[in-house]
Design a binder for this molecule. Sequence first.
Ligand SMILES: Nc1ncnc2c1ncn2[C@@H]1O[C@H](COP(=O)(O)OP(=O)(O)O)[C@@H](O)[C@H]1O
Ligand SMILES: [Mg+2]
Length: 257
Amino acid sequence: MDCPDIMKPEQPSALQVRGLTKRFDRLAVDALDLTVRSGEFYALVGPNGAGKTTTLRMVAGLSRPDAGSVAVFGIDALSDPVAAKQMMAWVSDEPMIYDKLTPVEYLEFVAGLWGVDPVVSGPCAHDLLISLGLEPHLRERCEGFSKGMRQKVALAGALVHDPRLIILDEPLTGLDAVSARHVKGLLVDRVRAGCTVIMTTHILEVAERMADRIGVIAAGRLVAEGTLAELRQQNGHNDTSLEDLFIALVNVEAAAA
Ligand SMILES: Nc1ncnc2c1ncn2[C@@H]1O[C@H](COP(=O)(O)OP(=O)(O)O)[C@@H](O)[C@H]1O
Ligand SMILES: [Mg+2]
C-alpha cells in the first residue's frame, strides 16, 4: 500500500553536490550545485570543456575539489571516501582493463578487490557479461578486443559489486549500434531495479530518450535542468529541435559570462 508522502521517511539523494569547485589554469567547475534523486536516470550534457568529466571525477573520488561538498546517499564522500565508493560505480570514458586477463578473470579480479564472495560474484559476473553480448569472448584475453568490447568489460567490472549509484562518462561514445543497445538495455534494467544512473553524453537523442531529467552544464555551472519538456518551456521554445534547444541554453550562458 502506498503511504501518503508525509509518512514516507526522508530518502537521501543519490548525489548531492554543493559549491563544487575545481581550478586548473582556469576555473573548470564553478561552485556547482547538483542534486540527483534516488532511482532516477540523470543525463549531464554540455559542450566540450564544460566541466562534466572534472565534476564526475571529483564525485568518484579521483580528483580533490578545491571547495565544496559531495554526498552519496547521505555519505560525505570527501571525509568517508571508502564508504561512498562502496555505493557507487565509476566508468571512465577511457576505461582501463588488464589486457592479459579474459573478461571472466577480470571480473573475478575486480570482485576480489571489493571483497565480494565468489559464490555471489561468479554468477553475477557471468550474467553481466552475457547481457552485454560478450558471451562468445568470455575466455579470450582482452588484448585483442575492440574499443567497444573493452568498454563493455570495464562497465561489467564497475557493476560487479552491485553499486546503487552508477556514474558513466560518455559510455556510448565509440560503440557500434549493437553494443550501444546492450549498454543502454543494461542501464535501463538497473534503473528499473532501483539503481540511480548518472551519465554524461553529447548524444542528445540518448539524453532525450533515456533520462528522467537532463542537466545542462556550461563553463562549470549548471545552466538548466529538468525534463526535456521543462527545458523547452523554460527556454520558451516548445517546437525547437533538441539540438537548437541545447545550443540556445549553452549560448545564453556564454552571453552572460
Ligand atoms: N587534468 C587537467 N589539467 C588541466 N586542465 C584540465 C584538466 N582536466 C580538465 N581540464 C580543463 O578543465 C576544463 C573542463 O574539462 P572537462 O571536465 O574534461 O570537460 P568536459 O568533460 O565537459 O568536456 C577544460 O577547460 C579542460 O581543459
Ligand atoms: Mg569529458
